[in-house]
Design a protein around this ligand. Structure first.
Ligand SMILES: Nc1ncnc2c1ncn2[C@@H]1O[C@H](COP(=O)(O)OP(=O)(O)OP(=O)(O)O)[C@@H](O)[C@H]1O
Ligand SMILES: [Mg+2]
Length: 365
């Protein structure tokens, strides 16, 4: 649980500190005031990246010499102070309890978080990259090894594609160079693939249960991992088989970097056939399944960040959703809305501790 948060020159926050409730924290204010920025700061502390994957320098307040985000977390009664700071002209630095952490990968997953935001619709509308990100950001929080395999694989892939391009440009081919890379790729590739398959399999029942609870509909929701190389087939063999094709197209045709997820309602693609309401329910279920899965694997509840949830649902449905979250014992929630009365109406009827912060031009009261 996040106990307190301190922002300095972070986006539109010059200097701001707040103490959070262990229950529900509501951030209300007009458009552009800084509600999402607060949630993003928490995301940043937990995952060392902004939710949208913005480059760090865009998080620096205009003209400011540095930014700093500090959070004090409470994990099983232990306090942990996490500080991420970045001078304008240098890389960011992470400190946990006063010790500098050089490998950010070691930090990711220590304080799990899940964000539900309006741009989740990209999961359905955009290309496969978004869906891989859903898998990767979940698995990276669960296993440092997964993240490492991913980094290693991406690096090898980059080298391989550069080599293929180079061969084509120079009109020559040196099989040994390529082979040296191809020999290293199967290990991380297989690890990534098996973790992804395992995750989708485990998340499926959670997801289906949540979809039913949210939509109340009778349709069957289903997710699948779509991979263009069969599980348990040696990736090296795949690379060799595709060699001519890859040389011709100057890139690597098959592999974990092409994995995708299929989203289905009664067997039909969500993107083409779902109603607006079904789409919203599907996305919420997908995110909450991610939350539940993280909690299960980590044995600890992530922080839930709900951005502009009223944009997706009417007040009654939001109330039902928050009720569902409380029933499922989601402890800490940070939620944003533009209307204070609407937010308070929803919260008042729920018997839980909640705190309301008014957000006005980078000031929280
Ligand atoms: N690097 C930066 N430096 C200063 N201000 C910034 C920076 N990045 C973003 N902002 C400001 O932050 C504000 C946006 O904040 P945020 O997205 O949190 O708003 P919001 O309250 O969530 O609004 P909405 O209700 O429209 O979603 C804008 O005014 C934007 O100009
Ligand atoms: Mg916002």
């Amino acid at each position: 649980m996040l106990h307190s948060l301190q922002l300095t020159h972070f986006k539109n926050y010059t200097g701001q500190g707040i103490a959070l409730s262990p229950g529900i924290n509501c951030f209300v204010g007009l458009n552009g005031m800084g509600k999402t920025n607060v949630l993003d700061a928490v995301h940043y502390l937990c995952l060392t990246k902004s939710h949208k994957g913005l480059p760090d320098k865009l998080l620096l307040q205009h003209e400011a010499p540095f930014f700093r985000v500090e959070g004090v977390f409470d994990t099983d009664g232990e306090r942990h102070k996490v500080v991420l700071k970045m001078p304008a002209d240098k890389r960011k630095e992470l400190e946990v309890n006063g010790t500098v952490i050089t490998r950010l990968a070691d930090h990711i997953g220590k304080f799990p978080a899940v964000m539900i935001a309006p741009d989740d619709v990209d999961l359905v509308q955009e290309g496969s990259e978004e869906r891989r990100r859903y898998l990767d950001s979940t698995l990276s929080q669960i296993s440092v090894e997964y993240l490492q395999h991913l980094l290693v694989f991406n690096n090898l892939l980059k080298q391989r594609n550069a080599l293929l391009k180079n061969f084509a440009a120079q009109r020559y081919f040196e099989p040994i160079l390529l082979e040296a890379i191809d020999r290293q790729m199967p290990r991380p590739a297989a690890a990534i693939q098996s973790e992804r398959f395992a995750m989708v399999e485990k998340i499926q029942p959670l997801f289906q249960e949540l979809y039913q609870a949210i939509s109340g509909g009778r349709e069957q929701a289903h997710i699948e991992l779509v991979s263009d190389w069969p599980e348990k087939i040696d990736y090296y063999a795949v690379l060799r088989e595709n060699l001519e094709k890859d040389r011709y197209s100057e890139r690597t045709a098959a592999g974990p970097h092409r994995d995708d997820m299929a989203f289905l309602l009664d067997g039909y693609p969500l993107k083409k056939f779902a109603s607006q309401g079904q789409l919203k329910s599907f996305l919420l279920a997908l995110r909450l399944a991610q939350y539940e899965y993280l909690r299960l694997e980590k044995g600890r509840a992530p922080i839930l960040l709900l951005d502009d949830i009223f944009d997706k649902l009417d007040s009654l449905r939001v109330k039902q959703l928050v009720q569902l979250l409380l029933e499922r014992e989601v402890p800490q929630i940070l939620i944003t809305d533009t209307q204070r009365t609407r937010m308070e109406d929803v919260m008042r009827d729920l018997s839980t501790d909640f705190r309301v912060f008014l957000v006005e031009n980078g000031a929280l009261t």
